[in-house]
Design a protein around this ligand. Structure first.
Ligand code: ZN
Length: 310
């Protein structure tokens, strides 16, 4: 948060008081760490208890997983939002997996669009900042053809949401882990550039699995620089990252792993995130989500503690 207090007009106050009322907080790079879904150690496994557990653990955000379906109604979402607000926990949302904006049947495309809109309405009631979603599959189409279909169907969703007054939620297409799934880094950045209402969800594990590379400080820095170059500074000051260990083969992602049981060089990623002063949300999708989120947070704080905030 950036707080710039009013400058004291007359310099007649004693120095200490003057100092207290002219407090300038320099914008500081800050990542908020949290879990993809309710922490494993939460009892009982409810959304509200999950948020309490996230707060108890000292994490700052929970991504509400609607991956199997939007399981909250607006009333429940408002209750959840109240708890999150009181505990100062941020919320984001992951939309259902079964959205495919490049489906063969028109009916399935309409269904995907309406699920995305439903997710946006509930995310709005949750007071969430962003919705992460998987846009679709190539289904054997050429990449460009897929891109154009997804772009067209997404712009229809954006227009409807605008008409419905849902303006505070950012839809974030996610970099995907499988070669069959739309969402290379280039495709996601291009989509966000051409539809400026969108912002990217950069999943470093997915990109590593999909590309077979992107697992070093220099490569992570290149991704962050590419985000800045394509979308401007805002891409890094309001970013959304997914981080996890990952198992992969020649077709990309197989499954998520705990960081220390994977080949993912998360220490180098944290250094790149700190050096590039990225701000926003960093969501951990490892199976042991809260343990790895805490591991990432500790590593990040170790790199940024005492750093020049300017
Ligand atoms: Zn995802």
């Amino acid at each position: 948060m950036i707080i710039i207090a009013q400058t004291v007009k007359k310099q007649t106050l004693p120095p200490a008081e003057a100092l207290a009322t002219t407090c300038y907080t320099v914008p500081m790079a800050k990542l908020v760490f949290g879990t993809a879904g309710i922490p494993v150690s939460t009892r009982p496994q409810t959304t509200i208890d999950g948020i309490r557990r996230v707060a108890e653990l000292g994490l700052g955000v929970m991504e509400v997983e609607f991956v199997q379906g939007v399981y909250l109604n607006e009333e429940q979402a408002r209750q959840v939002a109240g708890v999150a607000r009181s505990l100062k926990i941020e919320l984001s949302v992951h939309a259902p997996y079964f959205i495919n904006l490049n489906a063969r049947e028109d009916k399935k495309i309409r269904m995907g669009q309406s699920i995305l809109r439903r997710t946006a309405h509930i995310a709005n009631a949750l007071d969430a900042r962003s919705i992460v979603f998987h846009a679709g599959f190539y289904m054997g189409d050429a990449a460009e053809e897929t891109y154009q279909a997804i772009k067209r169907h997404l712009s229809e969703v954006l227009a409807r949401l605008k008409a419905e007054g849902i303006n505070n939620i950012t839809l974030r297409p996610e970099v995907s882990g499988r070669l069959s799934q739309f969402g290379s880094l280039e495709e996601i950045l291009r989509l966000c550039k051409e539809l400026p209402e969108l912002k990217p969800a950069i999943d470093f594990a997915h990109w590593h699995a999909r590309s077979g590379g992107f697992n070093s400080y220099a490569e992570f820095m290149a991704v962050l620089e590419q985000m800045r170059r394509e979308l401007g500074d805002n891409a890094l000051t309001d970013a959304h990252f997914h981080i996890a260990g990952i198992a992969y083969g020649h077709r990309g992602e197989k499954k998520h792993l705990n960081l220390t049981e994977s080949d993912f060089k998360y220490g180098e990623l944290l250094k790149a995130l700190a050096d590039s002063r990225a701000s926003g949300l960093a969501i951990c999708e490892s199976p042991n989500r809260e343990d790895d989120a805490l591991l990432l947070k500790a590593g990040y704080l170790g790199l940024t503690a005492g750093a020049d905030p300017g």
